[in-house]
Design a protein around this ligand. Sequence first.
Ligand SMILES: Cc1cc2nc3c(=O)[nH]c(=O)nc-3n(C[C@H](O)[C@H](O)[C@H](O)COP(=O)(O)O)c2cc1C
Length: 206
Amino acid sequence: MDDLFEIMRTTRSMRRLKPDPVPDDLLNRVLEAGTFAANGGNMQSWRFLVIRDPAIKAAAGAWYQKAWHEVVGPRYRSGGPAPGVTPERFARMLNAAEYLADHFHEAPVWIVPCLAGPRGSGSSIFPAVQNMLLACRALDLGTTLTTLYMMHEKETEAAMGIPDGYHSYAILPVGFPMGKFGPVRRSPLVDVVFDDKWGKGWDQGQ
Ligand SMILES: Cc1cc2nc3c(=O)[nH]c(=O)nc-3n(C[C@H](O)[C@H](O)[C@H](O)COP(=O)(O)O)c2cc1C
């Protein structure tokens, strides 16, 4: 698949992954796509930690699982669905998120995008993250941008061996998806884009 717009339209979070290893040539292409991204002053103060060691994934994944079960899962389950999403579809998403929490360590490879310096907004790493999400989709690999492990940031970063002076900004568990790719679900432009005046919905050509 090589049409960029179709790739963007179908880059969904793929939370159920097969344990099959990801070939190195595909992994290299995803990582290289990350390094193509815009970043402040082109300083490239990013580092991408690739984790395949089952013991490291088990130790760090346990913190993700704890955060999901103790805080994030109950919070989502007690609230309403995302805008424009039916309760049934939202429940399916939460079930997939719970599946990911319980199987996080089984993803064959994790990519952990990091930046040097004190924790900041991440504006010099999230373009790389998005490039890697899109690259995974283009190569039929599934992944999800995850951050909820940050509820136990210190413990998870220690388990991943991230040194002082660096911070992780996400964990991307990568593997071949069990399910099929499909379109993302988003609100129409008229609801989220304003035309000259704040609140005046964009309806050009819609
Ligand atoms: C900053 C950020 C953090 C996220 N953290 C998590 C996470 O920890 N776990 C998870 O399952 N999904 C996480 N997501 C994925 C979102 O839940 C997902 O993008 C959203 O529900 C839309 O679904 P889609 O990506 O399938 O279109 C995160 C997304 C973003 C942008």
